[in-house]
Structures are given as C-alpha cells and as structure tokens.
Write a protein that binds this ligand. Structure first.
Ligand SMILES: [Zn+2]
Length: 322
C-alpha cells in the first residue's frame, strides 16, 4: 500500500456532538461524520454512538482503499499519560479514568493515542495552519471552557497546571461573577461561552434593546456566530461583550507573554478565523494589550487567529500516528 493512502481516524469529542474523520498526514480531512455526545450516561452508553461512527468510518476506509494507521482522540479534559486514559472529563465524568486506549486497541487492533483538545488544536495549527514556521507557540482558545497550550520546537510542553490545559481559574479581573472556586475574576466566569451567554441573558432581563436582543427574543439561539454578526452590524450590546472579552483575553495574554515569551500567540474558539468578526475582536484585543503592556512586549509576539477551526484538533490528534 502506498504512503499516500495512509490515514488515521481522528475523533474530536465535543459538548453536543463528536466528530469522527479520516485524516491524512497533510492534515486533510477525507471523510467526516458526527455522533451524538450523550451526557450523564455510564461509560458503555457514552461510547456507543462513537463506536458506531468509528465502525462506519473503518468500513468506509476499507471500501475506499485507505490504509488506517491508528485512532487519535482529542479529549476535552485532562489525561493520565502513564495509564493512557482520560484523567478528568468534566463533560463526561463516566469516561474519567476509563481505560480508553486499551479498550479501543482491543476492539479495533489499531494503535490509539489521546491528546488534550487544546494541545491537539495547537499541534494542528502549528503543522498546517496559523502557526507554521514558528518555534515557540502559545494557543489560547475561548470555548465552553478557556484553554491554553504551549508548543516549543514542535513538542507540547506542560510547564504548570495553572497556566496550561483548561485554565478555568486564571485571574483576569478584579471584579466579575463569583466562581465555583470562591474567587472573582476567574477567566471562565468572564469569557467562556457560558459566561458570555449569562451576560447577554442579564441584558435581556434588564430590558436592554438592540438587534441582538431582538433576534434572541425572536427565538434565535445564542451562538458565537450570532454575536459576531451583531458585533459587525454595530449592535451596542454585542460590542460591549466583545469589549469585555478583549479586556480579559488581553490580561491573560500579557501574563503568557511574560511567562513563556512565545513568538506567536494563536487565538482559537470564538476568537478564531471561522467567525466572521474575528478581525474586529482581534483588533480590540491588540488595543487592550497595548494599554496594558509596553510596546516592546507587544512587538515581541505575533497575534493571529486560528485558521483551521475544529479540523486543527482532528489533524493534531492523529499526527503521532502518521
Ligand atoms: Zn475560579
């Protein structure tokens, strides 16, 4: 079998759905399907939709002459690297400590590799996207939780738990809603998707007006895309939310520049290029950063949006297998 028919199965576990895909060594996704993420179920029931999707993907690969070299999984949590299993997945507690690699290797007889989602995303962006050619890369992503990853010379580094991985309690403000840890100003209570949605809901209850409010009252679902569209249209509330995200993200960035001296800082999740207003948000982050830091610090680092979206996680998750 020729090398250009080699692919791996990438699995990106997400909050409401999980993506299963065939990915090659150029980061190209050849086939993709989705499986439901079922919350609050035992491990076997949680895994069942994923396994069906992997079964179908492997059958497709066989019928299309792809040679599958392994399974790479992007995990929304922390890992026990020694025992090759998730350590803590807040979203899916029944998979915490579940021997996932052993289970999948027994079932499929394929090498299996786990990566923390933000690490997979940064590896994907480093190899195929916004981080190509850089040596010290920092990734900061705002999604359901806020996450950070550090790659130096192509290797994921885990210097301190507090700053890398899911950085829910990183302090970025002296005020704000009280966090489950008891403190105020934790980044997850300020800019995670949940925090942004709560802020918009408070504005709705206060009776604020504007086109974002109108669309939500018209039963449109709140999403990063909706927020981005309204920010671009100049909606006051959407721009206020962007202002707060920018202030908090720039506070985090200033810390990361001091700590790790990256050459490039890649912003992902709702800060990434797949959302139409990422340029608007990025220019605000740059503006807040200049107010906060010296121009020398700001000139040290390139600030760019992630360009691959969730494909970065798939590509990064399968990299060690190809
Ligand atoms: Zn906290």
């Amino acid at each position: 079998m020729s090398a250009d028919r080699r692919v791996a199965v990438g699995i990106e576990i997400g909050g409401s759905k999980t993506t299963v895909a065939l990915v090659d060594s150029s980061g190209h996704v050849h086939q993709r399907s989705h499986a439901k993420t079922l919350r609050g179920r035992p491990a076997a029931a949680t895994l069942e939709p994923y396994l069906r999707a992997v079964d179908a993907m492997l059958a497709y690969a066989r019928s299309s002459d792809w040679q599958v070299s392994g399974i790479g999984i992007s995990i929304p949590g922390t890992l026990d690297y020694t025992r090759r299993r998730p350590f803590l997945i807040p979203l899916l507690p029944s998979l915490s400590n579940f021997p996932l690699c052993d289970f999948l290797e027994n079932r499929y007889e394929l090498p299996t590799h786990l990566q923390v989602d933000v690490d997979a995303a940064l590896l994907g962006e480093h190899r195929f996207g916004a981080g190509r050619g850089f040596k010290r890369l920092l990734y900061l992503a705002v999604e359901a939780v806020v996450g950070a990853s550090l790659v130096i010379n192509g290797q994921v580094e885990h210097p301190t738990q507090q700053y890398i991985g899911h950085i829910c309690h990183l302090n970025v403000s002296s005020s704000g809603p009280r966090c489950s840890c008891g403190k105020q100003g934790c980044i997850n209570t300020m800019v995670s998707m949940d925090a942004i949605q709560k802020r918009v809901q408070r504005a709705l209850r206060r009776g604020e007006e504007g086109s974002l409010v109108q669309r939500l009252l018209g039963r449109e679902y709140f999403s990063p895309q909706l927020l981005a569209e309204e920010a671009l249209r100049g909606d006051t509330l959407a721009l206020q939310v962007y202002g707060e995200i920018s202030r908090c993200v720039s506070a985090a960035i200033a810390k990361y520049i001091d700590l790790f001296e990256p050459n490039v800082l890649i912003l992902g999740g709702i800060l990434g290029a797949q959302y139409c207003a990422s340029d608007l948000l990025l220019s605000r982050v740059r503006g807040s950063l200049i107010v906060r830091s010296s121009s020398r610090v700001c000139s040290m680092v390139e600030l760019v949006p992630a360009v691959l979206g969730s494909d970065a996680e798939l590509a990064g998750a399968v990299l060690p297998l190809l």
